[in-house]
Structure formats: C-alpha cells, structure tokens
Design a protein around this ligand. Structure first.
Ligand SMILES: [Ca+2]
Ligand SMILES: [Ca+2]
Ligand SMILES: [Ca+2]
Length: 729
C-alpha cells in the first residue's frame, strides 16, 4: 500500500515536472499543491494581462504588400510588425498597440507579443481581428498550459473514468482539465435526497442541512424512518423496506452516494475524488422509505435556495445548485413548477434526473420548465440502456452501465456509501448506475461554473453548459435524436465557456405560460446577448424541430408566434442567435399542449406449453391521437418485442416457469401506466393448451397476485417520488 502511494506521488511529480518546462514552476513546490498552484497561476497571469499571440501566416505571405515570397524565408520580424500596423485591436484604438516578433514555432508560425498587456477578452478580440487579414491563416492567444491535477485518491485512477478526459472513454466528462480552472470552491450544492452518512471521505465538505420528511398521513414516521418529523438532523437512518408500499429492498445510501459524486474529498489518499471537490454540500433530506412526498421535496427546494418555509429556520447557507436525483412519471406538478420558478428567480439552478425506466418520456421535476433535465450515458458515450429520454432533456452525463446501442463493459459510477443493509454500519465505496449519478456530475459542473462567475444567472449557466456539450458520438443511440438534449457533458469546455465568454448567451420563453390550448396563438420569445467581445448579435432565428408542423410568423425576429394545432402533444422550437463573428448558440423551447398519457389495454395472464410459440400485441389509446410507443421490461430470454407495433413474439417458450413482463405505453412525452403480463410456461401435455393461449381465469391466483402488484406499483407512483439509481448487483 505504501509502495503504491509512493509510486503515485512520484508519478504526479513527474507530470508536474514536465509541466514546469512550460510554465516554469519549481517541481518541489508544485508536487503537493498542484491544483491550487495551477489555478492561481492562471488567475494571476490574467490579472496582469496577456500579451502573447501565435500567428500562422499563409503560404506566400510576404512582409510587404505586392512582394510575393516564394518560400518561407520572409523575414518574420518584419512580417509580424507589418501585420501589427495594418490590423489594430478593435477596441481602445486610442491606446496604440505594436506587434513584435518573439520567436518561431514553425517556418510560417510565429509567437508575437503585443506592446501592451490586454485582458483575455481584448486579446481574443485582437486575435480574431488578425485572423481576418488575408495573409494570416490563423491567430490565437498563446495560452498557458498547466499540468493537469491528478488526485491521489486510490479509487480515482482505476475506477473514476467519468471524471477523466475522453482518453478514458468517449463518455468521460473531462473534469481533470477543468480542475486547473475551478474546483467548486465557495459554492454550495444542495443534495435533495435521502440524507447523508458522515463518511470519512465526505464529511468535511458537509454543511448542516435539514430533514424535511414529515409524518405520514396516519401519524407514523414510516417514510421518515427516524422516529421524528421535520428537524435539523439530515442524517440518513437507512431506507430499507419490507414488501409493502414498494418492493422490498436494502438501504440504498443514495444521498451519500450522490453527494460523494459531487464533492467527496479529493487528494486525501482515501476513497474517491468528488467532481467539484472543493464545493460544500447542503444535505436536504426529502426521501425516506419508499421515496418521499412532492410537498416535502418542494419545501426542501425552497429552503435550500434561501426562500422562507413556514416553521423552518431560515437557511443562510444558500445553495446555488440544487441536485435532484429523484423523480416520478407525469407532467410537472404545479407545486414543483412553482418551486422551480421561485428558486430560479432567486438565482439558483436546479438539476434533475430523467429517470431509469428506459422510457421515452422523462420524469418530473426534470420535465419542469427551467430545470436542467439529465439523461445518462455509458463510458462509451452511448445512452444508457435504463435511461429515460424525451422532450425536456437538456443534456446527458455519465451514469454508467450498458448502452442502448453499444453494449460496452457496463462500467458503473463509484462513490461514497455504507455497508449496512438496514441501519448504518461502515463507510464504503460502492458502484451504482443511473440518471441519479449522471445528475450529480452536471451539478458538479454547475458548481465549477458558479465559482468562476458567481453572478451567472440560471439562464446563462444553462446556455453555456449546453453550448459546451460535446455532440452525441456517431453510432450511438442519441446521435440523431433531439430528445437526448444538447450532447455529452464536458466540464472543461463549460468552465472555459464561462471564462472566454465569447459564445452568445440565449434563453427562450413562451406566452401565455403553461399548457398551450389548441386553436390559440402562442408567442415564443428568444433573449440573447453577445459575449463580452461586445460586437453584437448579427442574426436570430426560430425554427421548429419537433411536433405537428405549424406556421411560424416572425421566424427571423426575437418574437415569433404560431397557432396551436389540433393534434400532437408537444412542439419544440429552436432559437438561435449568431454574433458578428459567426459564433452562435441555440436553445430549444418546448411548448406543451394539453395532453394525457396513453392507456394500455390489459392483457392479463397467458399460459403456453414449453417449446411452443406465444405471441400477442399490446394496444393502447391516446386521447390526443399521439403516436404510441411501448417500452418493455424483463423480456424472457429468446422473446422479442417491437416497441412501435407492440408485437410480442416468443418462438420457443421456455424453460418451464413463471415470467412477468412489464409494458409501458408512451406518447413521447408522457408514459401511461405499466401493464404487467404474466406468462406461465408449462410442460407439454400438462394442460397448457398445446401452444395455445389460455384465458386469464385459468390462472386465477396468478392473475390476482399480478393485479395486487400492479395496484401497489400504481399506488407508489401516485404518492411517492423515488431515487433515480440502480444499485450494482
Ligand atoms: Ca426527522
Ligand atoms: Ca477522497
Ligand atoms: Ca397524449
């Protein structure tokens, strides 16, 4: 163990030593505090101003107009100086700036210094101006490269693929490159979840939170499981349950796991590294046994953001980021939407999980207007097999597991947990997979962004976060789907987007707000501003990207309008703003029409003889006539199910036994109630009907059991919100 750690320190030293060649740091001081040194060096050089540019001249470019050099022998000093005379910085023209040659990188590529130091914004603008010159192929700020911080936590290197660069997998979120710029310092992230354990790799980052779980309607504390109602103790007593309102399960320690992804202690030679390891965590306990209530969760959201909740002491440790790795099916409840709107108005952002039902509709509150809804992808960057996608998904982040298209190795997400199966026992590091885990990664990036720009608004953060996402990789499930969000989370790109501030910032609204009524006119309005270069927006546009086609009036202005069509459940429009430099950003706006989920017909219980074939077709109706798609769970081996037609085929049923499959209809926005189909495979000749299908009455007991189960599941969906993870088997 000691040998291994010694080797790790040596490796980090070597990396920083290499880095020191670039930015002249003493390796002896860089070894221990690599991250703070790298970050502070970047800040101080910015503060003093920047003056280095790399200019690549085109072949044949010459020092003097009219003289065409035939080789790369043009005098670079003269070439650079002349360029400086013809191209001036766009701003502050009253302060003359000279360009002078510094050194060469390649025959036509030279480092030039400006006579005056500039801010990053000014120098970037000047580089753009230089690049406009016909003699110049490219011009860029000569950026400082720093050694990338590698924490010494023993689980970091072997397990935490999601935090590393794409060299670790196309789905990695590139936190290591971001850590030289931000680590979440000074930012509070609220974890609305099951509470926390005082894990040794987590506790130092924990603030005193609050337990929002009140008594159950019958006056007991079954949900809370701590014998008390709302109080200042946000510790997690365990959420194990016997078969009851929900399926029997061991304690999940879900809140502790999610919190560790965001801000476990890093570089402490223990466990994992958090993605925003210098952020502080505010535990807001809202999930207990079998989940939690919308009312408690909404109260916890308000409290976390510093808004008053009657009967609860005011929270002075205001969270700028609310992590909500939880959800339930259905339209965003008015209670949730009100909380979301108020929290955003107070300046905090809300990140929520799309859900793990393999469905084509995302859960609430992820689907509430203003929430950053997060689906999950695998190490390969493919949408995870369990992850919900659908209208309202903003972005995808690492959740682990197998892919919908690319099976992959199933690599999970490791984080802080506990060994107890019921009550808490020992600290541990455990693997989970889910959109819960993906959500925590996005919350961490939001914390990094807040650190570098504390005044960033929820709209700007969303715009930059999505603008910085990497495209879904070719060949993955989401490659050509708009319902998977903007792309894959990229922490370094998002922080750099905040710092460079060159991309436009966009947001969009519709009026009237809420559900759009058929036949009425709805206005959609985009807001935009150019980055700090201040060169202005050149063009804006509205286009429709999904839903029944409408005619847009004013599509090339900020406010467009359309008439709500008679069919379809949602319309999605894209607002794009392009600045005079050609940089653009877009935001997708979803307008929901009054919609109800599809209703699937009961199929009941079926009996088939082993080796015979069994087939049936799921059918469902939708009040709006929406296209219905079916998602299936626990398909028996060898059986197939077509989600578009609802056709189930099992050519050679077997082996003998009982099987249950769940089928969930979706209209692309809302999922209907899951129907369970019981299939009993019997030995041939034992009364199974020789391959035929028996009626439900022949297996009355089984049908009754299934009905009870279905009823219990429906009860849970009505009452409770569940976490969005899957425990590693
Ligand atoms: Ca309590
Ligand atoms: Ca650690
Ligand atoms: Ca519908």
């Amino acid at each position: 163990m000691i040998n291994r750690q010694t080797w790790r320190v040596a490796a980090v030293t070597a990396l920083l030593w290499l880095g020191s060649c670039v930015h002249a740091q003493q390796p002896s001081t860089a070894t221990v505090t690599g991250v703070s040194l790298a970050a502070s060096a970047t800040v101080s050089s910015d503060a003093n101003g920047l003056n280095r540019l790399i200019i690549r001249f085109r072949p044949g470019a010459s020092a003097s107009p009219g003289v065409r050099a035939q080789s790369a022998d043009a005098d670079p000093a003269r070439q650079v100086q002349d360029l400086g005379h013809t191209r001036r910085p766009p701003a502050n023209t009253d302060q003359p700036v000279e360009l002078r040659y510094h050194r060469s990188v390649a025959p036509r590529t030279h480092v030039a210094l400006t006579s005056r130091r500039m801010t990053r914004v000014e120098l970037s603008a000047y580089a753009r101006e230089l690049a406009q010159d016909p003699q110049v192929a490219s011009a860029e700020v000569d950026e400082r490269v720093t050694a990338q911080f590698t924490p010494n936590d023993p689980d970091f290197a072997p397990r935490q693929w999601s935090l590393r660069s794409v060299a670790s997998g196309a789905g990695a979120a590139n936190f290591t490159a971001a850590w030289d710029l931000a680590t979440g310092a000074g930012v509070i992230v609220a974890i609305l979840d099951g509470g926390f354990r005082p894990h040794a790799d987590l506790f130092a980052n924990m603030l005193a939170g609050y337990d929002f779980i009140g008594a159950d309607p019958d006056g007991t504390f079954t949900t809370a499981n701590d014998g008390t109602g709302r109080d200042s103790d946000a510790r997690d007593p365990g959420d194990w349950s016997a078969q009851g309102d929900c399926a029997a399960s061991n304690s999940s320690w879900h809140g502790t796991h999610v919190a560790g992804i965001v801000a476990a202690l890093a570089d402490n030679n223990l466990g994992v590294a958090g993605a925003a390891f210098n952020a502080r965590l505010l535990p807001v306990r809202v999930l207990g046994v079998c989940g939690g209530y919308v009312s408690d969760i909404a109260a916890g959201m308000r409290w976390a953001a510093g808004l008053p909740v009657p009967g609860i002491p005011a929270n002075t440790q205001i969270a700028k980021v609310l992590n909500m790795s939880l959800g339930r099916p259905g339209n965003c409840s008015p209670t949730f939407q009100d909380a979301v709107t108020e929290v955003r108005a107070a300046g905090s952002v809300i990140v929520a999980a799309a859900g793990n039902d393999s469905a084509r509709a995302i859960l609430q509150p992820a689907n509430c207007i203003g929430v950053i809804g997060v689906t999950a992808h695998t190490i390969d960057g493919d949408n995870a097999s369990y992850a919900n996608i659908g209208v309202g998904t903003a972005i995808s982040a690492p959740g682990g597991g197998s892919g919908a298209q690319v099976l992959g190795n199933g690599a999970p997400i490791f984080s802080t947990s506990n060994t107890g199966t019921t009550t808490p026992e020992l600290d541990s590091i455990e693997a989970k997979r889910g959109t819960s885990m993906a959500t925590a990664h996005v919350s961490a990036v939001a914390a990094l962004m807040f650190q570098r720009k504390p005044a960033i608004t929820p709209d700007e953060l969303r715009s930059r976060l999505l603008n910085a996402a990497r495209p879904h990789p070719a060949g993955t499930y989401c490659a050509n789907l708009f319902t998977c969000g903007a792309g894959l989370l990229d922490a370094a790109a998002a922080v750099n987007d905040v710092l460079a501030d060159t991309a436009p910032v966009v947001s969009a609204r519709h009026a009237p707000t809420g559900v759009a009524l058929r036949g009425t006119t709805v206005q959609i309005t985009g807001s935009d501003y150019a980055g700090r270069l201040g060169l202005g927006i050149a063009a804006v546009s509205w286009t429709q990207i999904a839903g029944a086609t409408v005619t847009l009036s004013g599509a090339n202005t900020r406010t467009a309008s359309f008439e709500v069509p008679a069919s379809g459940n949602s319309l999605v429009f894209r607002f794009r703003a392009t600045d005079v430099n050609g940089q653009s950003a877009f935001v997708d706006l979803t307008v929901l029409t009054n919609n109800t989920p599809p209703q699937m017909a009961e199929i009941g219980s079926l009996v088939v003889a082993e080796g015979s074939s069994l087939s049936f077709t799921a059918t469902a109706s939708d009040a709006q006539g929406d296209t219905i798609r079916f998602d299936v769970s626990t398909l028996p081996r060898g059986a197939t199910f077509d989600g578009a037609s609802g056709n189930f085929v099992w050519d050679k049923a077997g082996p003998v036994g009982s099987y249950t499959i769940g089928i969930t209809p979706s209209d692309g926005l809302l999922s209907g109630e899951t129907r369970y189909v019981g299939i009993t495979v019997v030995a041939p000749g034992s009364g199974g009907g020789g391959g035929g299908v028996s009626g439900p009455l022949e297996l009355g007991a089984l049908a009754l059991l299934l009905a009870l189960w279905s009823g219990k599941a429906a009860l849970r969906r009505q009452r409770r919100i569940g976490p969005c993870d899957r425990v590693e088997p």
